[in-house]
Design a protein around this ligand. Sequence first.
Ligand code: PBG
Ligand code: ZN
Length: 326
Amino acid sequence: MFKRFRRIRMHPKSRAMVRETHLSMDDFIYPLFIKSGEGFKKEISSMPGVFQMSIDEVLKECEELDGLGIQAIILFGIPETKDSIGSDALCEHGIMAKSVRAIKEKFPHFFVITDLCFCEYTDHGHCGILNKDSVDNDATLEILAKQALIHAKSGVDMIAPSGMMDGVITVLRDALDSEGFVNLPIMSYSTKFASSYYGPFRDVAESAPSFGDRRSYQMDPANRQEAIAESIEDELEGADILMVKPALAYLDIVREVKDKTSLPLCVYNVSGEYAMLKAAAKAGVIDYERVLLETMISFKRAGADIIISYHAKEVAKLLQNDKGSK
Ligand code: PBG
Ligand code: ZN
């Protein structure tokens, strides 16, 4: 006696009926990179299909996203001027505050998320205020709280701190609550590794550190137990959604965090993961669309509820054509 697993695989309908994991556009968040100016739209060479855009161009992009059923976006700002403390991020007229207001005015039904960090705004490219050669955790918490309130007042729907400062969720929750933003959720980049998969992002966000690296605040890719502890700490501090980043090389961590938390879990399918698939497609070595959907399904199967991905528009088109379910 043995079990015939193949019986249920014979008919496409029965395969569909027993499918355990599904993709929906409700799962996706699309990243946008916003620069000052007008009529500006520049493609990033390592990330075909990903652009830096001025606000007017972003509004056109949102129109397209809306048509594709993508109404959740995460914004990254590239300011005109950078300085040692990232002043543009602390100003109501900074690139992020302006962008959020413009998008929410034209697309009030969108769910607008902002990445909360300083690496795009500082002239040294690190994620906070420096003290000698290291990022000063507690001084950075103070300006993160200010940045969060700027975003909150400009009408953002959720903030996503990405700088891996200790205690950030406690500090942000306190700051938001004391100003009346008790209903503004926080999605924490709770387990974020010091990864070389972020390479292309630093071109598009113009946020590469001018010296050193981020290993004194982002996590060692070798550490599994610490990865769980980082996320659980943010749950205890009051985060509403947790995140593991990058995604593909860390699916073991995604599963473990998911099993240990009751919070929704997001994965960030990062720039290097996107660039690799694009490069493989260009080289003609893979069936791009199938590999893409297989990759997205792997995130959900590992336990992710939400996927931040530069592929979101492509996925929307594939799901519309029903290629995803065959
Ligand atoms: C900023 C930030 C980074 C990413 C998201 N937010 C880069 C970094 O930490 O250097 C990476 C996203 C990607 O690679 O797509 N702190
Ligand atoms: Zn940063």
